[in-house]
Each structure stands twice: as C-alpha cells, then as structure tokens.
Ligand binder design. Sequence first.
Ligand code: EPU
Length: 296
Amino acid sequence: MVSPVDFEAGRRRAEALARRTSLGVGGRPRYLFEPSTEEECARVVHACRRAGVTLYYLGGGYNLLVTDEDLDGAVLATRRLRYLRVFADRVEVGAGNPFPELVRRSIELGIPGLPGCPGIPGSVGGVVCMNAGGRFGSVGDALVEVRGVDAEGRRFRRGVEAGDLGYRTSVFRDVLVTGATLRRDPALRPEAQRRLFREALAWKKATQPLGARSAGCMFRNPQQALDGRSAGQLIDMAGLKGRRVGGAMVSPLHANFIVNAGDATARDLFDLIRLVRDEVRARYAVDLELEVTTWA
Ligand code: EPU
C-alpha cells in the first residue's frame, strides 16, 4: 500500500528558510517535506499538484534569495537524497550529496571538469540545475544522465543531450532533480587533477569572498555589455563596491557578490539589488539580470 503524503507532518516540520539559505534570510513555508527516496519525491510532487499547493525545490540553499514573508507553498528539500555509487565508467550520485565532497573525490575518481570546481558550494541537484562552474571546469563537463520527477509527479531519467545545458542554466531548472550520473575518464591523471584543483582554489580565494554569507554571483554576465564586460566589472566601475543597504553589502572583493554583512533582511538585499541595477542601467545602459533564484 502506498502511504499518503502527510501534510500535517509537513506543516509541523516547516521552519524559517533563513536557517537553510546561505544568505541567511527567508520566511516560513506552509509545508516542508524532506523525502529520502525518489518514489517519495514523486508522491509529494503529485500530491501537491493535486491539492493545488505551489511547490518549491530546495537544494543546498546557496543560490537562493527568499522573501522575509511566509511562503504560501510547500518546500521539498533534497538533502536526504544521498548516495554515491561508483562504477568503472561512471558515478551515480544523489541530488542531496554536497557538491564540494564530490569535487574532492573527483580527483581520484577521474571525473572530468569537477576538480576545476573547488569553492562552489551547494548540493549536486542544485549544481546540475544551474550548470554551475567557471573558467576551470563545470559540472556539465561530465554530466551524462539526470534523474528526477517532472511537474506531474512522474519519475524520469534523461540522457543529457546537446542543448540541455546553457550558461549557468539547464533544462532541469523547472523539474525536481533527484540524482545525476557523471562520467569517469581513466585517462585523467590524479596529479594533474590535483594541480588543477589547487590552482582553481587559489584563484577563487584571491578573487571571491568565499567565507561570506552570499549566494555567489548575484547577476548573470550580460550578453552584450560594452566590450564584453562582466557584471562584476560594471558594478565595480560604477563605484559600488562596499555599498550598503542595511545589512546587505556589495562585496569589496568581487562586485558581483552581494553579501549579508550583518543582520540583513531580504528587503535589504532586494533594495540593494535594485540600487545596483539602477546605477548600472543609468551609467552604462545595461540591464543586469539576476542569476540567483528568487522566491518572493
Ligand atoms: N572584475 C572586476 N571587479 C570585480 C570583479 C571582477 O573588475 O569586482 C573583473 C575581473 O578582474 C575579470 C572580470 O571582471 O577581469 C571577470 O571576473 P571573474 O573572472 O571574477 O569572473 P566573473 O565573470 O565575474 C564568473 C562566474 C563565477 C565564476 C567565475 C570564475 C558568472 C555570473 N559568474 O564570474 O560564478 O566563479 O566566473 O570562473 O558567470 C556564480 O555563478 O555564482 C559564480 C561565482
């Protein structure tokens, strides 16, 4: 017998999302579910859909800005979807596995691209949805299959095809990712991968506020900014490093990071985002788009 979804338990478990997001802000959802199997996930998605309850998917909470108000909906957190199965040619990993752990192991496992991703926080599921990465490598370099649950509550597995992954985005952003398969390449030498990891980490530490409470880069790099300038460069050129609204601040180290420098509220963060966008638009006629997901 399939057990029904227990909304009452979901209601009791609901707590403020401020405790589960790297920016440290966010109100309470109506329900919180933390399934530990794919089948349970499918049941939650299906039940919420039938009941007309809006559903939000929470990975590590590292790329997310949530309103201070309570959220009228249910949050499905993936952190209990944890497993790591190692095969000769691939690894299968749960969406709830911490990505930094996988990155560390990728050196000896020979997973392409991942050793170039130190300092990228988050869950495997979140990283897959965002196609996270940077100049030294990205999760897309090794991703061969994604498992998940679609909007109707049906489980799926999908081989990753050309066009599924884009710049800091993927076709998996609108579905629940429950697990991923990454390819192993026996030709990769651990010493070379270790060097790549160290080089990438040193570069990150020098250029990004890794210890700060942030959601990583706040804005996408614009497609046609003046001379291909990045969002961080434009914000920096506008003289906004260190600018504050309440407890929210533009990082003095990297201008595309907006950090919670004290007791920032979501309102402070949204207000600072608006200020930055207005300044950049006024000076350079560029509309900065958010990279971070917002629940507001
Ligand atoms: N720059 C400035 N001032 C700043 C920040 C950057 O002048 O305050 C300059 C840098 O000197 C460099 C250029 O802007 O010449 C680009 O900066 P950077 O190399 O730091 O790369 P980015 O485009 O700002 C992207 C990703 C990061 C990723 C890095 C490294 C986006 C929005 N961001 O940043 O990803 O770590 O490349 O690969 O694509 C994230 O997605 O959360 C993130 C942090």
